[in-house]
Design a protein around this ligand. Structure first.
Ligand code: ATP
Length: 349
């Protein structure tokens, strides 16, 4: 079993509190993404799990074994970090074989694994080259291949695809997902790219300011954000937030009256851009268009409702674009309302 238990991990760098008190269970064979903006603490958490950084408090267990005091090489894991250090004096093939050689693998296994990892990462033709003869993206793929070649039970990755162009990144993402699912590797993957996290992970932990704000499946995080931060960080465009007054337990939004689950004077209503559909003034609210952007199969409309910024995504086949200044009427999908406390930004139901 290669489950990972993160038990009340804290980290301070002098006066900077990088991690508050993080507890988290990653199941055996699970792919977990740590997602968050720059500086939220995700790399620090990964480095603590790897043993490259010492925690200020708490424990890390791998397969039930407390590894908190062990050096990285004794923790039984493989890692690929942002700076993807490959050995400059070794060829690509020797780099990929490095971990296997250390583990005392025989020649046949080494060759088999090197070829397999290289073909997976599309670097088969580069096996005889040295890192200085590779592009940044190729070097990054060598680092990933080296980690995969040892067939680790636990794999830690920090933005391993960041140096690849968009198309290659998409391709590698799908390959990584397939190969890690097939091998049952327990994976923790750090990224600030929400599409990558949603596409790859079984569960996503959304971090902000040294805490995990929400952990769940992609759909949960996307449709039911526990906080305003999560709704605003995940999804493109981000979730819309309307600040609305509550009167007699209800919120009026144009011709719509919605029961509000709050006793406060104000509430925030979170609405995804695609959870809005055409309506009439009687059963909808007014949306004044500022800009219409065609995105291929969809239109992204940016405008205002009740004087507040709102983005709407609607299917678009062809034809004339709606014009700036035009007033459209919309109503939300009532199953997809996200009520949040106006002060704390925490979901109310
Ligand atoms: P990024 O996506 O930019 O890599 P991150 O979410 O991985 O960001 P961390 O690198 O974990 O963030 O940093 C978390 C916080 O800890 C930041 O405020 C950072 O400035 C601080 N920090 C990280 N490493 C150190 C260090 N060695 N010394 C002092 N402060 C540090």
């Amino acid at each position: 079993m290669a489950n990972i238990t993160i038990d009340r991990i804290q980290k301070a760098f002098g006066a900077t509190r990088a991690l508050e008190e993080i507890s988290l269970e990653v199941h055996d064979g699970e792919f977990l993404a740590l997602l968050g903006p720059s500086g939220c603490g995700k790399t620090t958490l990964l480095r603590i799990i790897a043993g490259l950084e010492t925690q200020s408090g708490g424990r890390v267990l791998i397969g039930g074994r407390d590894v908190s005091a062990l050096p990285p090489r004794k923790r039984g894991l493989a890692m690929v970090f942002q700076n993807y250090a490959v050995f400059p004096h070794l060829t690509v093939a020797e780099n990929i074989a490095f971990g296997l050689r250390m583990a005392g693998a025989d020649k046949a296994r080494m060759q088999r694994q090197v070829e397999r990892a290289a073909s997976l990462l599309h670097i088969g033709p580069l096996l005889a080259r040295y890192p200085a003869q590779l592009s940044g993206g190729q070097r990054q793929r060598v680092a990933v291949a080296r980690a995969l070649a040892v067939e680790p039970a636990v794999l830690l990755m920090d933005e391993p695809l960041s140096n690849l162009d968009a198309l290659l990144r998409l391709e590698m993402r799908a390959e990584l997902k397939a190969v890690l699912a097939a091998s049952g590797t327990t994976t923790i993957y750090v990224t600030h790219d929400q599409t990558e996290a949603m596409g790859l992970a079984d569960r996503i932990a959304v971090m902000h300011g040294g805490v995990i704000e929400q952990i769940g499946g992609a759909s949960d995080i996307y449709h039911r954000p526990r906080t305003r931060f999560v709704g605003g960080f995940v999804g493109s465009p981000p979730m819309n937030f309307l600040r609305l007054p509550v009167r007699g337990g209800q919120v009026a939004l144009g011709g719509l009256t919605l029961p509000a689950p709050a006793t406060a004077a104000e509430v925030v209503l979170g609405l995804r851009a695609e959870d809005l559909q055409p309506a009439t003034p009687q059963d909808g609210f007014a949306f004044e268009l500022r800009v219409a952007e065609p995105l291929g199969s969809h239109l992204l409309l940016t405008g205002t409702t009740e004087g507040q910024l709102m983005r709407v995504v609607v299917p678009y086949a062809d034809g004339a674009l709606p014009q700036p200044g035009q007033v459209l009427h919309l109503r939300p999908n009532l199953d997809r309302l996200n009520w949040m406390d106006a002060t704390s930004g925490v979901a109310l139901e």
